[in-house]
Write a protein that binds this ligand. Structure first.
Ligand code: GDP
Ligand code: IMO
Ligand code: MG
Length: 423
């Protein structure tokens, strides 16, 4: 039985949480494979809005098992807060939420190092969520990290102390003024670790292998988006993990030949939060409308998201790298009322027209070339079938399908579970 993937194709916040929640009814297991609490995945149903950071977005479905895979980095303090927020739903967390022993832990000092690194970069800062993601993955690849499985051994506090002391010395190397009370941070951390230890730890690669053999249906949930991928994103303005399809193999221990559908999700326009190049970014009233109507504020940091037209050069690149087999277009409702819509179909790259995603997309090298299309005036948010969609939206969708050569199977017309149209 194959493992399906669901991945963000832009700079994150495409609506992965909503769609995973919608699709969970078709799956037995939902498994997060990378990233950590830098993610903010929003779900809405029955008038409730809920934001998840580390916990997979299948958690609200009866019968679904949710796995935090080895590729994820876990901050016990944030994880505990997430669990506290779930308290009112009366979920049997110990049996429906399973955590890989091989997942790495975010220490309080990882967060401090993130802050020090960003402060030292000044204007060149990444715009990190400051959740300690970069430093934790650095310790993972540097072979110094602490893993969830370490907590099952009596010497874990010693390991912790050695690593935290090293981090403190490293913070001292940065020529910045970071104020912190480590004792207080550690007290919170130790308390949260004790709570984490009450949960179920598993060898998730073995669990998933057996589940596949038993014919269980598995959906791997990505975090961030392809343009934030450590290898293929707009480096260095990226996150520190592989957000693309291959990341699901290494982040869960699933073999490449077991991957089935690759579901790629994108907004009908583009947003980005944090620093880095963004060719189709708008600084005018159109961008302001997208931000306001789309309520484009980060689910994790509350920062305003930068907004712009859909960039098909970037989207095609993401489709290609991930081997996307079906697409989902989100937030079409936000574009209602625009008389004309623009879609970037090529870049002017140093005077030459190109349609591939180049090494450098900084504004001095790249200017977007747009195709203009008619907009639609209709409010989409109450629509529930494809036959209700306005003609101009269908033309927009047909154009994208032709350019991307992949079918758009879902059109989302609002944040709620129910505002989902199948094609
Ligand atoms: P994720 O990180 O990919 O899960 O996305 P986020 O939750 O960070 O951001 C997506 C935002 O858009 C959330 O506030 C969702 O509730 C909202 N959303 C999702 N789909 C739609 C849609 O089709 N229309 C509108 N208007 N909002 C949507
Ligand atoms: P979801 O899963 C949008 C961005 C940050 C910053 C860069 C590096 O909700 O789509 P990091 O904290 O990883 O060091 O930040 O990546 N970023 C996201 N942007 N959605 C996310 O996750 C993001 N996770 C990280 O804003 O630019
Ligand atoms: Mg998000």
């Amino acid at each position: 039985m194959a493992v399906d993937l669901l991945l963000g194709l832009q700079w994150g916040d495409e609506g992965k949480g909503k769609i995973v929640d919608v699709l969970t009814k078709n799956y037995d297991i939902i498994a997060r494979f990378q990233g950590g609490p830098n993610a903010g995945h929003t779900l809405e149903f029955d008038g409730i809005k809920h934001v998840l950071h580390t916990i997979p977005s299948g958690i609200f479905h009866k019968g679904a098992i949710n796995i935090v895979g080895n590729g994820v980095v876990i901050d016990p303090v944030i994880f505990q807060k997430e669990l506290d927020n779930l308290h009112k739903f009366n979920l049997d967390i110990k049996s429906i939420l399973l955590i890989s022993r091989k997942a790495h832990l975010i220490l309080p000092t990882h967060r401090l190092l993130d802050a020090a690194s960003e402060a030292a970069k000044g204007k060149a800062k990444i715009g990190s969520t400051l959740k300690g993601i970069g430093p934790t993955y650095m310790d993972k690849t540097g072979r110094n990290g602490m893993r969830v499985g370490d907590l099952e051994f009596s010497d874990w506090k010693e390991k912790y102390r050695n690593l935290a002391d090293k981090h403190e010395a490293m913070i001292g190397f940065y020529d910045v003024d970071i104020q912190y009370d480590l004792q207080e941070l550690e007290a919170d951390f130790f308390k949260a670790v004790e709570k984490l230890k009450e949960l179920t730890f598993i060898d998730s690669e073995e669990y998933l292998f057996k589940a596949q053999k038993e014919g269980k249906k598995i959906l791997a949930e990505g975090a961030q988006g392809s343009l934030l991928d450590i290898d293929f994103g707009t480096y260095p303005f990226v996150t520190s993990s592989n957000t693309t399809a291959a990341g699901a193999c290494t982040g869960l221990g699933v073999a490449p030949n077991q991957i089935g559908e690759v579901k790629g999700i994108f907004k009908a326009y583009t947003t980005r939060v944090g620093s880095g190049p963004f060719p189709t970014e708008l600084f005018d009233a159109d961008g302001e409308i997208m931000g306001r109507v789309g309520n484009e504020f980060g689910a994790t940091t509350g920062r305003a998201r930068r907004c712009g037209w859909l960039d098909l050069v970037a989207l095609k690149y993401a489709v290609q790298i991930n081997g996307v087999t079906e697409l989902m277009m989100m937030k079409g409702d936000v574009l209602s009322g625009f008389k004309k819509l623009k879609v970037c179909t090529a870049y002017n790259y140093k005077g030459e027209t190109i349609t591939h995603f180049p090494y450098n997309i900084e504004p001095e090298s790249v200017t977007p070339i747009y195709t203009e299309m008619d907009g639609w005036a209709e409010d989409l948010t109450k629509m529930s079938t494809a036959s209700q969609l306005p003609a101009a939206l269908n033309t927009y969708i047909d154009f994208l399908e032709k350019e991307l050569e992949v079918p758009i199977k879902i059109v989302s017309v609002g944040p709620d579970r129910k505002q989902t149209i199948y094609r």
